[in-house]
Design a protein around this ligand. Structure first.
Ligand SMILES: [Zn+2]
Length: 215
């Protein structure tokens, strides 16, 4: 069993100098069966986790995972943020495991993005529809309307095409899936050490260029 007191005077191996963090702020326990627990030790500014929806949630005592992001003190960026896993590192500067975790999220995001793009490409095929439909209607009307009414056929086709075009444009402009995608990943693809959003280049190099944390 591992039992680590987190705080300015805690037993964790990494230093915490944040003035808003209590001396003994929270406790992380890892049971022999691998169950992780986080408990607030009546800290002055509270203990929070960032949940799957990127919401900051204040906790008293809660089961967590190795890769739960913990925020000591505060709901602002003034707090001290770290992955629970970091208590296992002997070298405080080693962010390899956490970086690999972020890389896995990144790979998942890339796959989802590719699926979204494929779906979008299919949807974009609909842009051809008004043209095709109006050609068919125009042809049918021209063939079957009596000669003196063919002009109405043209008018009907034009109006119908315009309406269809407008509806399809409205449909295609509503890209909620992309919005959801961005909301889901924007706060997760960040450096596990300094919380800087990571660029594609940094993912490719598997290293944060600001703090040098790497996989
Ligand atoms: Zn960094």
């Amino acid at each position: 069993m591992i039992d680590v007191i987190i705080g300015k005077e805690g037993t964790q191996k990494f230093p915490i100098n944040n003035p808003r963090v209590s001396r003994q702020h929270a406790k992380i326990t890892v049971s022999d069966s691998g169950l992780w627990t986080l408990e607030d030790l009546n800290s002055t500014n509270g203990t929070y986790i960032i949940d799957d929806d990127d919401e900051l949630v204040q906790i008293k005592k809660i089961n967590i995972t190795e890769f739960t992001r913990i925020v000591l003190a505060d709901q602002t960026s003034m707090g001290f943020t770290f992955y629970a896993h970091h208590i296992l590192e002997d070298d405080p500067l080693n962010y390899r495991t956490e970086f690999q975790h972020v890389l896995r999220i990144h790979d998942k995001a890339i796959k989802e993005k590719m699926e979204l793009d494929a779906q979008k490409q299919k949807k974009n095929m609909m842009r051809f529809m008004p043209g095709i439909v109006s050609a068919v209607i125009g042809l049918v009307l021209t063939l079957f309307l009596p000669f003196n009414q063919k002009v109405y056929g043209l008018a009907v086709t034009a109006v119908f095409t315009a309406i269809l075009q407008a509806l399809i444009n409205i449909y295609l402009s509503k890209d909620t899936k992309l919005k959801n995608f961005n909301a889901k990943y924007s706060n997760k693809l960040i450096c596990p050490c300094c919380s800087k959003p990571l660029t594609e280049m940094e993912f490719k190099n598997q290293m944060c260029c600001k703090c040098q944390a790497h996989a």
